[in-house]
Write a protein of this length. Structure first.
Length: 241
């Protein structure tokens, strides 16, 4: 909805991904003036449409709309972003149909490089419902010892330096420096920000962190690519269900 330039880029990427893997995609580009009632009516119509397997509302929404009410309207069976409270709750008990795309992408990266999570000190910086909280649960389910940090955490660097696996998702460009990272740590950077020069950077200062880390994800080209891949995977799972 509306004219958010980042949203337009993300949606174009998702449509392209669908084309590559053979999923039919439909885009409903609504004007900024669309009312809450009109948006909810469209979501309900797509919920009832048997030809639609998965459904997502690109966030953020314009300020006059209630994001929570819109997400709550999406059928949990079609909620391929896994933002509906029913799907979030299932993550808590470890019995889920879909996982939020970014945390699931992080787990696939760890698996791809055979990084064992069990017994490791895992630190997640960020507590959003979309990344931080579900990420913590997924690491916990794999027997990691998990600490969640956020804007009110005291002595943040002291905690991040303990991490064997550090996941950073705070939305502050190059906030985590190399001296905040343990030697040999695995560093997963979920952030995507533009610096003063307009260059795309993560939440981790890559140049200094790379010297300390045993593995580190780049920005761009790291977690973002995985997020999009998991969205496709969730959509196929929804169709199979």
């Amino acid at each position: 909805m509306g004219e958010d330039p980042a949203s337009k880029v993300y949606v174009a990427g998702k449509i392209r991904d669908c084309g590559e893997v053979g999923i039919e995609s439909r885009e409903f580009a609504l004007p900024e003036s669309t009312t809450q009632e009109e948006l909810i009516a469209l979501v309900q119509k797509l919920n009832a449409d048997d030809t639609v397997s998965g459904l997502l509302v690109q966030l953020p929404l314009p300020k006059h709309l209630d994001e929570k009410a819109v997400i709550d309207t999406i059928s949990p069976d079609k909620d391929v972003d896994a933002f509906h409270p029913a799907n979030v709750g299932k993550i808590m008990i470890g019995d889920y149909d879909f996982l939020p795309c970014t945390p699931a992408g992080v787990m696939e990266l760890l698996d791809e490089y055979n990084i064992d999570i069990a017994g490791k000190e895992c630190v997640v910086v960020g507590r959003s419902n979309i990344v931080g909280k579900p990420q913590s649960m997924l690491l916990l389910q794999r027997h990691g010892t998990v600490t969640i940090c956020h804007s009110k955490t005291k002595d943040l660097a002291e905690i991040t330096r303990r991490a064997d696996i550090l996941v950073v998702a705070i939305g502050r460009g190059e906030f985590i420096k190399g001296d905040m990272i343990k030697e040999g740590a695995v560093v997963i950077d979920v952030g995507m920000n533009r610096n003063a020069e307009g260059k795309l950077v993560g939440d981790v200062e890559f140049a200094s962190a790379e010297k300390k880390a045993s593995y580190i994800t780049p920005v761009p080209g790291g977690v973002g690519v995985m997020t999009r891949a998991i969205l496709m995977k969730n959509t196929i799972r929804a169709a199979q269900k």
